[in-house]
Design a protein. Structure first.
Ligand code: FE
Ligand code: CA
Length: 525
């Protein structure tokens, strides 16, 4: 295993602030190349916006004229201008600033456009030397005190580059959405085995990645996709990671395979993965030193006026290691699974989530997180089995979240999930052992954008023993498009005709569900 060293630590805090907040270059402490020359357009990875507030937007780009070979930039700071306008032709400019793109951050930029008006459309563009980026569009959140009529958003996850084309993003880009929520597995660190795992449509350009250079090239490969770029340029994104941004099924300090990586090797790998994730996402928070490593604050709350608030979670960085597993993560019960101290969120994030579930003017709570939340019992073996990597591996903490929803915001909460590459609509009961009892909220697990699924038959074989499941489909890739209005949450499950065709695949709504405010439980629409 190799590491390229951890460059972030060479930067001073002042440099972080200047680079990420877009402050004046007048006091920049280093030499900045102001008229760089590029062989090709350096904005090869597109532009993005994210982590919106009612008055600000995080903008993103990365200079990479040779994206698949480390970026192709000289090892020096480069001056980059960005402008924000209120029209698509960039003629009514409200922000015109210059920032430094630094080699330590792979010449990525995360300027925060501040002083914006709530619920307003903005367009933005970067330029460096004589080159210009594509123009991106974004929209600020409504003012916290406002009462917007609706919010339109889509969510997705799991986009293995080798296993399917990114056509769903073309349709998302055409949907005129307020937000796109990405629930993780934005990249895959590993390689598909065509013999064991079936058809691939295009290939990773390297084997499993471990180093900063490896992760950077992997993000660059994924971000070279034009449909992914168009969806990033269409609206603001909320992003949190799952496992494959680091290592399959990792948990805080623990890799999937402890026998393949020492704790130190995994720590080095995780630092590289955190840095590369930061460098390629429109994130508001910079990684900070914590506990001998780094913490990247991904969880956050995004209020859409008084209509809805999105609670974006991180279910990887703070969780207890999986228990009672021998190889496969679907396994028989063991007593450790029920230990009350086992955590998926970590104490701080859980308390933050629970305190934020207070009913606010009757609005909706959208808990956007990675792995299957509700219980699913596999009954094909000699005894019941559960997936230890999902919330079924952390049942005591799950119950604390369910109890908080039941006491604070029943009938106005929906939990989103990804990770398992299929659609699953499920009632979350106040007591999972008494399915006849009260329903507290609905779980809407979305399918993968492109990653194949291997669990469909196994899940289907146990459906009759899981009456909490209202709908299941394991045959389609796609995404979920949602509209939230005052009294109804609507979800359209979007089915892609095929992930294997690069251009002429079609999208249709395979099933729709609504949740009516005050009446927990999803209804087929
Ligand atoms: Fe996945
Ligand atoms: Ca996953």
């Amino acid at each position: 295993m190799t590491s390229d060293g951890f460059d972030l630590r060479r930067l001073t805090r002042r440099q972080f602030v200047m680079a990420t907040a877009g402050l004046s270059l007048a006091h920049w402490p280093r030499q900045v190349s102001s008229q760089p020359r590029f062989q090709t357009n350096p904005f090869s990875l597109g532009v993005a916006s994210g982590a919106p507030s009612s008055t600000s937007l995080v903008l993103w780009t990365r200079l990479a004229p040779s994206p698949l070979e480390g970026g192709g930039m000289p090892p020096e700071d480069v001056r980059v201008r960005y402008r924000v306008a209120t029209d698509a032709r960039m003629s009514h400019v409200v922000i015109d600033e210059t920032v430094a793109a630094m080699p330590e951050l792979a010449h990525s930029l995360h300027p925060i456009a501040v002083g914006l008006k709530p619920a307003t459309d903005y367009w933005y563009q970067f330029s460096a030397g004589n080159e210009e980026s594509p123009i991106g569009h974004s929209r600020t959140l409504p003012a916290p005190s406002s009462r917007p009529a609706r919010v339109d958003f889509a969510y997705t996850s799991c986009q293995h580059y080798e296993q399917g084309y990114y056509l769903p993003y073309r349709f998302m880009a055409e949907d005129d959405l307020d937000l796109i929520v990405h629930l993780g597995d934005y990249i895959y660190e590993n390689k598909t085995s065509p013999l064991a795992e079936g058809r691939i449509v295009r290939q990773h350009d390297s084997d499993e990645v471990f180093s900063l250079a490896g992760y950077r090239n992997r993000y660059a490969l994924y971000k070279s996709d034009p449909h992914l770029q168009s969806a990033h340029a269409a609206c603001a994104w909320l992003t949190s990671w799952d496992d494959h941004e680091v290592n399959n099924n990792w948990a805080s300090a623990y890799p999937q395979d402890p026998h393949r990586q020492t704790p130190t090797e995994f720590l080095v790998r995780k630092l590289a993965a955190i840095q590369a994730y930061y460098e390629h996402m429109p994130l508001r928070h910079f990684p900070v030193a914590a506990g001998g490593g780094l913490d990247l604050r991904l969880y956050g709350r995004y209020p859409f006026g008084s209509l809805a608030q999105f609670h974006l979670l991180d279910t990887r960085q703070y969780r207890s290691d999986q228990v009672c597993t021998t190889g496969d993560y679907i396994n028989l019960d063991c007593t450790e699974r029920h230990a009350p101290e086992r955590t998926m969120l970590g104490t701080r994030q859980r308390e933050w989530l629970v305190s934020g579930l207070e009913p606010f003017a009757g609005g909706w709570n959208v808990i956007a997180q990675q792995v299957w939340f509700g219980r699913y019992t596999f009954t094909g073996g000699s005894a019941p089995e559960h997936n230890r990597d999902a919330w079924d591996g952390y049942p005591q903490e799950r119950q604390r979240v369910v109890d908080a929803v039941a006491s604070r915001a029943p009938g106005s909460s929906v939990v989103l999930a990804g990770d398992w590459h299929n659609f699953c609509v499920r009632d979350i009961h106040e007591n999972p052992d008494v399915p006849e009892g009260g329903v507290v909220m609905t779980e809407l697990a979305g399918t993968s954008l492109s990653s194949r699924t291997s669990r469909t038959a196994q899940i289907q074989a146990s459906l009759a023993d899981n009456p909490q499941v209202r709908f299941f489909d394991g045959d389609h890739r796609g995404y979920v498009r949602c509209r939230i209005e005052r009294d109804v949450f609507r979800a359209d499950l979007q089915f892609l005709s095929s992930p294997f065709t690069p251009v002429d695949a079609t999208m249709r709504t395979g099933a729709s569900f609504v949740v009516e405010r005050g009446r927990p439980g999803a209804l087929r629409a």
